[in-house]
Design a protein around this ligand. Structure first.
Ligand code: CU
Length: 525
């Protein structure tokens, strides 16, 4: 379907108003509903699922230290909008077709508010998953300011629920960050990037029911190894435009796509100044020609349009291959474009700044590490001969294999001997990327022996801050360092390509209390 790019203005998701506002805590109600949404003025309205009648959902704004409580309410119909594969873990015929649970991505929360995939619930909480414990979730917002996002995380159908529209932004702020005088107010703009495909006849959402030409024995409705749409959507509009004044803007960019990575640059050739990553501001700005954002990552960018002539039109270009980084090149006239900026004269002086020092980031060092774990990315096949990506050769329902001790600092070595880049996300904590080291993948696949073939490469300047999702490149061991806590309990880590996550590239882990020596030896009993 050919629709004209840059026809519709960029919408800005509204900020959610609380139902009750106390002195130190705020209470929200967020309903998940089915409704119609127009993605482009040349498209008919499309049936979607969204939070509070919006796609993407309204932005939740909080202050550091403010406690927010959210009652997530499922008002969705019984029948799913998209084809449900009943062969996946947790999604069998004994399960209700429509289930939801909300995860606040990047947040430090207690396990019962983390949106565990099996803590799902149906409309009016009529049925609940085995790990459901509470109707109201609590977010302490005790971490540093950051751009987080909330989205569905239900076992076996996350890819469908998020693609149907269940995603929104969540921002934590504080006074220190405000004092930096970064572009703010109408000059601070969220950009939530997704991709969709629309059916020709009625412009309903297309999501594949199966792979093309499935072999005999394949399930009738089957997950695919990844789905990328042919239309780029920003804040709920296909290829929108934004009028920008000749001044600085702050863009909080979120890739909320199922599979697609974006390698972004501006057609004007001007620099992108990255000021923040998943877990908040960097220590100092990183000046880039282009930047790659994986599914679930956030990039906080300042772009200065001051030097651009009024009347000029600048396109935010995407050059990332799909699947990343080995699939097809994007068509420059369609998915090779994201949105357009139309430069107009300034309406007032630009008094905002990009300070050379943004926030203090104490880097972890080798000496901080008390334990190292290897997390391998494996490619296997399932009982239907479908490709199956696994972590540590385990499926989602296999028992716990990682039990980090609270407050201890661990190094996780993500070993990717495969073909594609997987965005690996760990719940509960923000980590730092220590380095990535090239290794002999042939030797590793034959013998399991890890032989490095080069020196460790430190992360680039824009990835030296706090992260919760890392691009694990093939042929590299990506080393992450993290300190678990402040809560104990059951969490998960997984690939954030949603088709991988739903198909077993997800693992539970337990953050546990430190055992005292006497307990280990039984000598005090
Ligand atoms: Cu993956």
């Amino acid at each position: 379907m050919r629709i004209r790019p840059f026809l519709d203005p960029l919408p800005i998701p509204r900020v959610l108003q609380p139902k009750e506002q106390g002195k130190e805590s705020t209470f929200y109600e967020v309903r998940m509903q089915e409704f119609f949404h127009q993605f482009h003025s040349q498209l008919k309205a499309t049936k979607v699922w969204g939070y509070e009648g919006q796609v993407p959902g309204p932005t939740i704004e909080t202050e550091e230290g403010e406690c927010t409580h959210v009652r997530w309410i499922n008002e969705l119909p019984d029948k799913h909008l998209l084809p449900v594969d009943r062969t996946l873990h947790g999604s069998g015929h004994d399960m209700p077709e429509v289930r939801t649970v909300v995860h606040l991505h990047g947040a430090e929360v207690k396990p019962e508010s983390d949106g565990y995939p099996d803590a799902w619930f149906t409309r009016n909480f009529e049925k609940c998953g085995p790990r459901f414990t509470q109707k109201v979730y609590t977010y302490s917002n005790s971490q540093r300011p950051a751009t987080l996002w909330y989205h569905d995380h239900t076992v076996g159908i996350t890819r469908l629920n998020v693609y149907a529209g269940l995603a929104g932004m969540y921002i934590i702020r504080n006074e220190q960050e405000k004092a930096l005088n970064l572009p703010s107010g109408i000059y601070e703009i969220p950009l939530i990037i997704q991709d969709k495909t629309f059916n020709e006849e009625d412009h309903s959402l297309f999501y594949p029911k199966n792979i093309e030409n499935p072999p005999p024995g394949y399930p009738e409705v089957s997950i695919t190894p990844g789905f990328a749409g042919d239309t780029i959507i920003v804040n709920g509009k296909a290829w929108p435009y934004l009028e920008v004044e000749q001044r600085k803007y702050r863009f909080r960019i979120l890739n909320a796509s199922n599979e697609r990575f974006y390698r972004m640059k501006l057609s004007s050739g001007q620099s992108l100044i990255q000021i923040g990553s998943d877990g908040g501001l960097l220590q100092k700005p990183a000046v880039l020609d282009e930047v790659t954002i994986a599914p679930a990552e956030r990039i906080d960018l300042v772009v200065d349009f001051a030097g651009q002539p009024a009347g000029s039109k600048i396109v935010l270009i995407n050059t990332a291959r799909t699947p990343f980084n080995f699939g097809s090149e994007p068509d420059p006239s369609t998915v090779g474009q994201i949105m357009q900026f139309r430069v107009i004269a300034r309406t007032s002086d630009d008094t905002s700044a990009v300070p050379g020092f943004l926030s203090n980031i104490k880097r972890y060092e080798e000496g901080d590490i008390t334990r190292t774990r290897d997390i391998t990315i494996n490619v296997s096949t399932d009982q239907y001969t479908r490709p199956l990506f696994l972590l540590n050769n385990h499926e989602y329902m296999d028992g716990i294999s990682e039990e980090p001790v609270i407050s201890e600092t661990e190094c996780w070595r993500i070993i990717n001997g495969g073909l594609g880049v997987h965005p690996i996300h760990i719940h509960q904590i923000q980590f730092q990327i220590l380095d990535q080291i090239p290794f002999d993948t042939a030797l590793y696949s034959q013998t399991g022996r890890l032989r490095f073939t080069g020196e460790p490469e430190p992360p680039p300047a824009n990835q030296r801050g706090w992260k919760d999702t890392v691009q694990a490149f093939p042929g590299f061991v990506t080393r992450l360092v993290m300190r678990f806590g402040p809560y104990t309990g059951r969490y998960i880590y997984h690939c954030h390509i949603l088709e991988h996550e739903d198909h077993d590239m997800m693992r539970p882990f337990d953050v546990v209390k430190r055992k005292c020596k006497c307990e280990e030896t039984d000598s005090c009993k």
